[in-house]
Structures are given as C-alpha cells and as structure tokens.
Design a binder for this molecule. Structure first.
Ligand code: FES
Length: 252
C-alpha cells in the first residue's frame, strides 16, 4: 500500500493555459482547489462534455503556484485526445492526487546523489519531484524523440539530454548515456523498454532503482483491480500500491 496518506479530491477545474509542445504532446495548466500533490502522484482526468466515461491517469508535471497544476499530455487515445482539445476557459474533471510518490522511495536511501532518468512524457513526474530533492544533489538524464520539454524547473548538477534524431543533445536513447556508478539511488519514468534497461543496469551495479509504472486504469483508487503490476511478492495495483515500485520487485 502507498505510505503517503494523500487526501483525495474531485473537482471540475478550469483550464488556465494551453501550450503545444509538438504534434503529439501538449501542456495544460488547471486551477486546483485541492491539496498539493507530491512528485510522482497522478490525477484521473477527463474533459467536461467529453465522450469517455472514465478518466485517464496523468502524472503531475508541476505545481506552478498555489492552486495551479500543470500536466504534460501525450496523444494516446480518445480520452487524451479530448484533453488535448481543451483550451483556456474549458473545464476538466480532476480527481486526485492519487498513488504514492518518489519521496517515499527517496526516504529509503536518504543520502547521496540521485539520478533522475526520463523518456518522453516520463519527464513530467520527475520534473515535478526535482524541487522536492532540496539539498540532495541530482543529475537529470532526459530522452526525447526530438525537441526537449518539461525541464524548465529542474536545477540538476548536470543535465544530459538525448534525442533520437540527434536534433538536440546527444543522439540516441538516454540509457545508452547513463551509468549508475556514483549514485546512491535512481528514479526513472518512461517507456517500458527504457525502464527495463535502467532497472537491469542498476540491479547489476547494486544501485537501488525506483520506477514509475504505467497501466490502463479505471477507478484509479484501488477498487477495480484493473491495473495489475506483477511483482515478486504477488500482484499489485498500479494506482494504489504504485505507480512507483522498487525496480527489483517488478516481474517484467
Ligand atoms: S485502476 Fe482500479 S484498481 Fe487500479
């Protein structure tokens, strides 16, 4: 179970800003009267007047100011498509904050430099967490298809960017430029192949690694058992026991 006792709320929230990052990805800000989320937590979101019954899980990308939430949304299906069509003044139903948070994992190894490794929109929950690291130094490794995004508020000791087309930073996939040597803990979020690679090289080096998993979700609160993650100690609910898991526990 999550050790973070998040208060959960559901509100119809006004979209305050829309920013197109690329054809497949946008950033939205919403007014939010509920509690401040921790980095790694997510919200179930659906557009007002949309055609989908269930919300879509979207990680918090930032708490821009008291009462203003930011999200990065990628086109994945009808629910996200409807969210991408929102503009300032439109509204969406937001339910959250949900799930556990990176800080729970970070508390396991409280000292020493951390590595944050993201792929694509996986940058969102890690960028949201970065300000919570306080005095702990960290390096940020961020991989994208092309133009980088979502890194405005991170202040790492070192920032490594890789793009698949080589248009910015290093050319290639971000795990190719990462070594766990010198880190006390690793946090990662992104596509499954990337997570598997990061988890494997961390396990080989004996460095603790925590990963944020993605699953289709219905309730988002642990009730429907529709978001199973297989672990070495049995099935876990991604929404309520995660989305952040100790990588060595996950059965791929
Ligand atoms: S989405 Fe229902 S239990 Fe996770």
């Amino acid at each position: 179970m999550s050790s973070f006792p998040a208060a959960k709320r559901c509100f119809l929230c006004e979209c305050l800003s829309y920013d197109e990052i690329n054809e497949e990805t946008i950033s939205l800000e919403f007014s939010w009267p509920g509690p401040q989320p921790r980095g790694g937590q997510f919200f179930m979101m659906k557009a007002e007047f949309g055609g989908v019954f269930l919300g879509r899980p979207i990680s918090t990308a930032g708490w821009e100011a008291p009462g203003i939430l930011r999200f990065i949304i990628a086109r994945r299906g009808r629910g996200s498509e409807e969210l991408m069509n929102l503009r300032p003044g439109n509204r969406a139903e937001l339910s959250g904050p949900l799930g556990n948070c990176w800080a729970d994992a970070g508390a396991v190894i409280p000292e020493g430099p951390a590595a944050l490794i993201s792929g694509g929109v996986g940058v969102a929950p890690l960028a949201c967490y970065a300000p919570e690291l306080g005095k702990r130094s960290y390096d940020f490794y961020a991989g994208f298809k092309n133009r980088p995004y979502g890194l405005e508020n991170v202040k790492p000791r070192s920032l490594v960017i890789a793009t698949e087309d080589g248009s910015e930073g290093l050319e290639g996939r971000i795990p190719d430029f990462f070594s766990p040597k010198g880190y006390s803990i690793v946090f990662s979020c992104g596509p499954v192949p990337m997570l598997k690679t990061v988890a494997a090289i961390c396990e080989e080096s004996g460095v603790p690694c925590y990963i944020s998993m993605e699953r289709h979700m219905a309730c988002g609160t642990g009730a429907c058992l529709g978001c199973t993650v297989k672990t070495r100690t049995g099935n876990r609910r991604c929404c309520a026991d995660g989305p952040i898991f100790n990588a060595v526990e996950v059965v791929w």
